[in-house]
Every structure is written in C-alpha cells, then in structure tokens.
Design a protein around this ligand. Sequence first.
Ligand code: FAD
Length: 268
Amino acid sequence: MGFPTGISGADLVWRGEVQAMKFGTRFVMPRRIESLDQLDNGAFCATFANGRRVLAASVVVATGVQYRRLPIARLAEFEGTGIYYAATENEARFCRDTEVLVIGGGNSAGQAAMFLSRTARHVRLLVRGDTLASSMSSYLSSRLEADPAITIEYGTHAVGLHGGDNLEAVTIRNEDGDRTVASCAVFVMVGAAPNTGWLAELVALDDKGFVLTGEEAGALSPFATSCAGIYAVGDVRAGSVKRVASSVGEGSVVISNVWEHVRGLGRA
Ligand SMILES: Cc1cc2nc3c(=O)[nH]c(=O)nc-3n(C[C@H](O)[C@H](O)[C@H](O)COP(=O)(O)OP(=O)(O)OC[C@H]3O[C@@H](n4cnc5c(N)ncnc54)[C@H](O)[C@@H]3O)c2cc1C
C-alpha cells in the first residue's frame, strides 16, 4: 500500500529508521540479542552477542523469522553468490537466460518458480516428496505443471554444490542415483523458523517456536505474552499473518500496552 511501483526492503527500512529517529528512537545495530533474563525487581536484562547488556522495564519482541538452511556442504560459502532465500527482481535479473533450481514443495517455492520462469531459461523445482498435493495450493501446482519452462522433479534433493567464486553446478539425488546439473542459482524455499530459543525460558512458545500471545498465552491483551511486560508482534508471533502492514500495525498498537505496563510499575 502506498508504493504503486514497489520499494526495496532496504529502502523501506531506511525510511522507517529516519522517521523513528525523529521521534527520539535509539538504534543499536548490528547487534543480536543472545539472551533475556528477568531480574528479582521484575526488570528485564537483554544480553547482546558482544556481551553488552541493556536493562528495560518492558520488551517488545519483533524478531521475525529466519529462513531455514539445508545441510549441504559449501552452502554457506555460496550464500549470496548462488544460494538465495528470496526470489526478487534482483535475483531474477541475475538469473536471466540461465538454468536455476528451486528447492521446496510449498507455496513460496511454487511462487518463486513461477516468478523466475519469466526470466530464467529453465527452472527445475526439486521436491523431496512424491506429490505437491498436500503442501502447495492446487491452482499453483497446476500452473507449474503446465509451464514448459518449469520441470518438477519429485523425490529429489540437492547433495553437492560446485564452483569457484560463484556457484556453477549442483549435484542432485533421486532413487536413480546422483547427477550434476549446471546451475548458477539455487533458491532454498524450505520454510522459516522463528529462532526464539533465547526467549524460551521466559515466555510460552508454540510447538514450532512462535511466541504465544493473547488468550493462548493466558494474557488479556492480544500482543502480551505469558510473561507480564514482554510483548510480541509481527512474524515471530504465533498466528500472525506475515505481512509488512500487519507487523507495523501490531508494533504501533502494542506500544499503548507497554506504556500501561510501565505506568503500572510506577504505581506499584
Ligand atoms: C521474499 C519475501 C517477500 C515478501 N513480500 C511481502 C510483500 O510483498 N508484502 C508484505 O506485506 N509482506 C511481504 N513479506 C513478508 C514481510 O517481509 C514480513 O511479514 C515482515 O517483514 C515481518 O516483519 P517483522 O518486523 O515481524 O520481522 P522482520 O521484518 O523479519 O524483522 C525482524 C528483524 O529482527 C532481527 N533479529 C532477529 N533475531 C534477532 C535477535 N536475536 N537480536 C536482534 N535482532 C534480531 C532480524 O535481523 C530482522 O532485522 C515478504 C517476505 C519475504 C521473505
């Protein structure tokens, strides 16, 4: 909404950052929170990867999801030079007139294959199972099957990556054995995980690691977690719709809850 010709993620985030700075927000980056503890006085202590700590009366968790990787040798080496986790205009441009592989059997893999088939010479979709019926919408799998620029290979997975500075070929395996196909781009679309292990001691998570909020967490407000003073918004929240606008909306709504909590501490 509001960007009729689209906007890159980096551009959108930069504009948001400048706007937030105008309101006095302080940014600490790039820093990863490794653990969160609650002190005896109820305050929270977040520890960064570099050992620095920050004290807070309340915490809003908005750490999103991180895309799953695959256990293939040299995967990390080719990330950004042949291994991708998103299919945007940038990657499509890079793949023009080449052979690309998409790994995964869900809707995101299907959408990526459709999108890339417009520019790539050929798209090979590697699916671990022997059908897409239970993992992909039928309208999408029908379109993939009908597209001559796309080949779906069932019961197949990637086992080796080859190349120098850039990816050049991939060894794939199925019940007939291994074969190596030339490819300069592999899109890994095998789902995402919230990586909330660092929060697990303090707040209730669902079986996939997403943070439970509202009624499911026994809390009154929709973004409150099972631990008073900790809130969760956006993709990291169990049941969220995984959209920019809803994440931003949840982030703005939750702040009144945060103030209520902080004012309540003042009265205690
Ligand atoms: C390829 C792609 C295309 C998409 N297209 C659209 C679209 O067109 N429209 C739409 O509405 N939505 C789209 N989405 C979904 C949208 O990007 C997400 O719903 C939205 O970004 C979620 O916002 P968030 O703030 O919850 O999480 P994110 O935007 O994922 O932000 C989480 C941030 O937290 C940081 N973080 C994670 N762990 C830690 C930690 N331990 N310590 C410190 N920082 C941490 C991460 O580095 C990241 O910067 C798309 C997603 C993808 C992957």
